[in-house]
Design a protein around this ligand. Sequence first.
Ligand SMILES: Nc1ncnc2c1ncn2[C@@H]1O[C@H](COP(=O)(O)OP(=O)(O)OP(=O)(O)O)[C@@H](O)[C@H]1O
Ligand SMILES: [Mg+2]
Length: 254
Amino acid sequence: MRDGKLLQMVNISKYFGRVQALVGVDFDVDYEEIVGLLGDNGAGKSTLVKIITGVFPPDSGEMYFEGQRVHLRSPRDAQRLGIEAVYQEATLVNVMNIARNFFLGREPTRWGFLLDKRRMNRESVEVLSRIGVNICSPRREVSLLSGGERQSICIGRALYFQAKLVIFDEPTAALSVKETEYVLRYIRSLKEKGISVVVITHNIYHIYDIADRFVILDRGHKIGEFTKSEVTPQEIVEVIRSGATVNSKGREGG
Ligand SMILES: Nc1ncnc2c1ncn2[C@@H]1O[C@H](COP(=O)(O)OP(=O)(O)OP(=O)(O)O)[C@@H](O)[C@H]1O
Ligand SMILES: [Mg+2]
């Protein structure tokens, strides 16, 4: 039986010079849970996610994954644990084709050194079509893809490499309504496959339906944490706007 949390971040702090990007933040994610991470510009959302995905370490604090203390030194370390990030743009290399991007850094080889391009083409197309994305050719350069298509490659990759936790940083920010629907549907399908998801967004209305729990940051501090049954989207907007600490019991502070 599974007990404990999939991810636990304990008392995380991170400073950039004099900027307090994160101050003593606790953050956790359960198995098969979708967590919405909300807050205004500069709240510390991306910083927290970059720590979780191994982009940089915290100045202080602890990280536990599946109950084990972990020290990430790179995004590759995070991927090895089963943590994948989906950013709007950053994770794809524009001059490479879809199949290359799909396997980036984890390419299958033949005889240990030759890239197995045929397998890369076949398997990337197969996984993408399984999530409903039909690309005309795996040899197409990704610079030609739309925002939603680019993200679907990252999502397909998370499925293929059997991620346990997938983190989306502003997945819907630059997408059309239709693409937003697709991405939200993918997020839900990840959960159905037993994968936990963290979604960063400015727009509570985009994720309220699909999320199980919400965490709100403000200027580096965690100011709110709610399960969906105890909060309306309007109340979340109000917490973000007022910047006041509100917990699930309705107490107010600083
Ligand atoms: N690499 C960096 N160097 C210096 N300061 C940084 C760096 N990354 C973030 N910051 C600062 O840390 C604070 C938190 O930034 P962060 O990007 O985590 O916020 P965010 O919640 O993701 O905001 P947004 O909604 O605008 O994306 C901000 O004041 C930001 O300017
Ligand atoms: Mg950000």
